[in-house]
Write a new protein. Sequence first.
Length: 198
Amino acid sequence: MKSIDALVKKAIEYKEKGLSDKEIGDELHLSPETVTWLLSRGVGGGAPPKDVKIGWRSIGVYGNRIGFLAAAITDIILEESGKAGAEPDSILGVSINGIPFATLVSEDMGKELIIYRPSTERHRGGGAFSSNYANPEGKKVVIVDDVLSTGDTVKGAISDIQDAGGTPILTCVVVNKTGQDDILGVPLRALIRARAIA
């Protein structure tokens, strides 16, 4: 997606397929506000929100490349666990793009795998844990996702882990598009930080 027009076209395609602005944002690695702007660009005009488009398709098309990043995430988790003196029991993958990384991290560390599906309706917040995988109750949990844009998805995951009786101890993402070092008091680490400077 090299141009705004290509992003608009892709956002419209996803909207026509029934995806919400948040789901479109997840697919395009943009904030929901940027998606709303893309979809209404011809109507309201105005300047786009400050955002950075993250594309990692060259990594995602091969499992071994995902594995290389998962190994780096595992290394960060081990480093942070050592500092905090709190080893995780479970690795949580945020649906959909956090799942491949979390699965490989879970395998690398020999830890349980939790799958979390965020709510598609932003006003409701939160989400659900897949019953086919581990449950966070009584567990120290590391949250793994691909891109952190607004932090809303991770906030929902943190709240839901706590509501389920678990303890979120760390969030690891491939790319952090914010200046945050923690979310709701949970440390946040990323392989890459991408922030607009202006």
